[in-house]
Ligand binder design. Structure first.
Ligand SMILES: *Cc1c(COP(=O)(O)O)cnc(C)c1O
Length: 443
């Protein structure tokens, strides 16, 4: 698909003239998979329609936010009702209280919710709160976990045992990265060693309890329990970044699914149903440190926007126990079909899945449990698979370091269509899938 059809090509040329890389967020440029540009005209259910009018079964789903499917009638109706009353007031509204109540009702341990406008802001603010509450500066994060693009969380691992962070991007000051310790995901002994050495200076551990930003890589139960125990023993806080997993993997989020309680939780994506909403939340004694209840400053002109929270609330109301059963069933159908398809073609691959989060790692058999193991997968074959699937009417996330998302609109026929395309794409790939060529990430 390197020669993009006419309308797409024109849009891409215009975009490239006025926007860096022609996009508003890097991964949309499809560079990691070496494909031509994509412009979306509209979405309906499990499908997108591109600028040429071609339909694509969509597994990006607005990076998981569109869990109800695109343009779900009840979500659209709720947004339309909110829009007619005005787009925002810079003042409190009833509907944001309802969304906060819904979140608190679903997640044990959440007593207070503060709305922001993105996942990045949610994490940045939760880390500020953790530092204020503990009066400590150091934070611990893990390789391959993404927590938005704020300075302190764009740290990359330095070398050595005490893996103090180095700036992960030009423009991130040394000082901002220095207080971030970056460790390998799922490495309990490294985590214990760091707490032995620096435990009294650590404000918090932040992690994705089911990582979805290096492909799907769940945290192991022992590792999670160690994180809980170490933070408890050393007076630090445990932050679950559930911007992706929140209300995707269970009614109460990953905490419910995994049975481990965090002190603070960050949310985004699903709670906005496709519009910009983020939140951080936790028990009252912590959250009441946030202004104006307490001294930790954090504010937002558009925070709790009534149209955005209307979309989020309507989306959450669709997510009852039956909805999660359906997501699980359709996720499983997709996973089994992909495993079968690979086996039939003797293509070595591992298909990882938690609920409706899925990813495929070519060229490896054992489930990857760290970023290093994910990097060792064959990302060139993923890129070829992406292109072959797009050519057959299926849009995957444009990188082997991302999760696919199944929505409530992905019914049996959408999954069957996907698996037909996959059987075909895998057949086309069979010859080219010889020696794995590891390659880096771009997100
Ligand atoms: C998407 C994501 C973020 C960042 O959210 P934005 O809304 O893109 O700022 C943070 N953490 C996790 C786990 C995410 O998946």
């Amino acid at each position: 698909m390197l020669t993009a059809p006419a309308r797409t090509e024109q849009l891409a040329a215009r975009a490239a003239r006025v926007m860096p890389g022609g996009v508003s967020s890097p991964v949309r440029a499809l560079r990691a998979v070496g494909d031509g540009p994509l412009f979306v005209d509209r979405g309906r259910g499990s499908r997108l329609f591109d600028a040429e009018g071609a339909a694509l079964i969509d597994y990006v789903c607005s990076w998981g936010a569109a869990i109800a499917g695109h343009a779900h009638p009840l979500v659209i109706e709720s947004v339309e009702r909110a829009v007619r009353d005005g787009l925002g007031f810079g003042a409190s509204t009833r509907i944001e209280v309802e969304l906060a109540e819904e979140i608190a009702d679903r997640v044990p341990g959440i007593e207070r919710v503060r709305f922001v406008c993105s996942g990045t802001e949610a994490v940045m603010s939760a880390v500020r709160l953790a530092r204020a509450a503990t009066q400590r500066d150091l934070i611990v994060k893990f390789e391959g976990c993404y927590h938005g693009h704020s300075d302190a969380l764009l740290a990359a691992a330095g070398s050595g045992l005490a893996t103090l962070g180095l700036p992960g991007s030009p423009g991130v000051p040394q000082a901002a990265a220095r207080d971030t310790i970056v460790l390998p995901f799922n490495d309990q002994s490294r985590l214990e060693a760091i707490f032995d050495e620096l435990g009294e200076r650590i404000a918090c551990i932040i992690l994705e309890p089911i990582a979805g930003n290096m492909g799907v890589v769940p945290a192991g139960p022992a590792f999670l329990l160690a994180a809980r125990r170490l933070t408890d023993e050393h007076g630090a806080l445990l932050i679950f970044d559930e911007v992706m997993t929140g209300f995707r993997v269970a009614r109460g989020g990953a905490q419910e699914r995994l049975g481990v309680r965090a002190d603070l939780v960050t949310l985004g994506k699903v709670i906005g149903g496709g519009l910009p909403v983020g939140a951080y939340a936790g028990r009252a004694s912590l959250m009441d440190l946030v202004a104006p209840a307490g001294p930790v400053y954090q504010a937002g002109t558009l925070a709790g926007n009534p149209v955005a929270v209307a979309a989020g609330l309507a989306t959450l109301r669709l997510l009852d126990n039956r909805a999660y059963e359906q997501l699980e069933a359709m996720g499983q159908l997709l996973q089994h079909g992909l495993v079968d398809g690979c086996a039939r073609r003797r293509i070595e691959a591992h298909v990882e899945r938690v609920g409706s989060m899925i990813s495929i790692f070519f060229g490896i058999h054992a489930p990857p449990r760290s970023y290093a193991q994910v990097r060792a997968a064959d990302h060139e074959s993923f890129a070829a698979f992406f292109r072959a699937m797009r050519a057959r009417g299926v849009l995957l996330p444009p990188s082997g370091f991302e999760s696919w998302f199944v929505s409530l609109a992905h019914d049996r026929s959408a999954i069957a269509g996907t698996l037909d395309a996959a059987a075909n794409a895998l057949q086309a790939l069979e010859c080219s899938l010889a020696a794995p060529v590891p390659q880096g990430s771009e997100s």
